[in-house]
Write a protein of this length. Structure first.
Length: 308
């Protein structure tokens, strides 16, 4: 089976390369770190029956030019870059495992919450400028945390919050009342989360319903000490509205790991002293990268076995 890998991080991971060489010795890897346009992506995948895809956009126009493609194995957990209906229409299988990087992302959420609440980031930067400001902020313990999106990652955040004795407000489009009851979670509207949470963390896909979910209107509802964390998808938080909310101290602080445009180019946003900006590394811990890669490989192995 002819396999092409588009992801640069997969293609330079020693253990994943070793596994690919064993299972698919003729696989094409993106060792040059190429970022594909739609045209170059089609050229790269042309003639291949299977592909391991990271963040590349796979839509009907791309699939129409790749009649040999039979399976896409997702390297990662988000499927927003793959047109699922187009794949169904053209008989292209999707190999995907939800939650494979949940621990990596959830750890980053907790780290950001602690870092911003306790002023670790803010005071460390001031000290690097020679300014001694002893402001230890607030504890995460006993705070109210709002989680919007209670899937694999949201549930992992709930698990990790257990030692902190937080009141946890949750919102999801899927009814999960039994899970909420078992874990002492409070089912809440988004508006109630905006009004009452000290920490708000987002774990939804980017859809028409979640586009600009956090905007000027929602920021105006929040406490002045509120901390926002987005490790989900860029576009869920309106970056211009966030910029104004942080500049005016409408809210205390925020952490972004994802952006409307990646890499981000808004230098004013990136320079804010009360905003932690990281380069989409939430699910990128070493262990998570390996797990995501092995998941993708195993989906191809299963497909190969079924279609021998």
């Amino acid at each position: 089976m002819k396999v092409a890998v588009t992801s640069p991080s997969f293609s330079k991971h020693t253990d994943l390369i070793e596994k690919m060489n064993k299972e698919f010795p003729d696989a094409k890897l993106n060792t040059k770190g190429e970022k594909f346009s739609q045209t170059s992506l089609i050229d790269y995948l042309k003639g291949y029956e299977a592909a391991i895809i990271g963040l590349d956009e796979i839509d009907d126009k791309v699939l129409a030019q790749l009649p040999e493609l039979k399976i896409i194995a997702k390297y990662g957990v988000g499927l927003n870059n793959i047109d699922i209906e187009a794949c169904k229409k053209r008989g292209v299988k999707i190999g995907w495992t939800g939650g494979v990087n949940k621990t990596s992302v959830a750890e980053m959420v907790i780290a950001n919450a602690l870092t911003l609440l306790r002023n670790i980031y803010q005071t460390a930067n001031l000290l690097s400028e020679g300014k001694w400001e002893k402001d230890g902020g607030e504890q995460l313990n006993n705070k109210t945390v709002g989680i919007i999106g209670v899937g694999h990652i949201g549930k992992e955040v709930v698990r990790m919050l257990a030692p902190f004795n937080c009141t946890i407000l949750v919102n999801d489009i899927i009814n999960q009342d039994d899970y909420y009851k078992t874990n002492n979670l409070i089912k809440s509207s988004k508006e109630d989360i905006f009004k009452n949470a000290d920490v708000i963390t987002i774990h939804t896909p980017l859809t028409a319903e979640t586009q600009n979910l956090l905007n000027q209107k929602s920021f105006l509802l929040m406490k002045p000490n509120a901390v926002i964390i987005n490790t989900a998808r860029g576009g869920i938080v309106n970056e211009n509205d966030l910029l104004e909310a942080l500049k005016s101290n409408r809210i205390k602080a925020a952490a972004l790991d994802v952006y409307e445009e990646e890499p981000p180019t808004n230098s004013e946003l990136l320079a804010l002293p009360n905003l932690i900006c990281t380069p989409h590394i939430g699910g990128n811990a070493k262990e998570a990268v390996f797990a995501m890669g092995m998941s993708a490989i195993n989906h191809l192995i299963d497909y190969k076995l079924i279609n021998l």
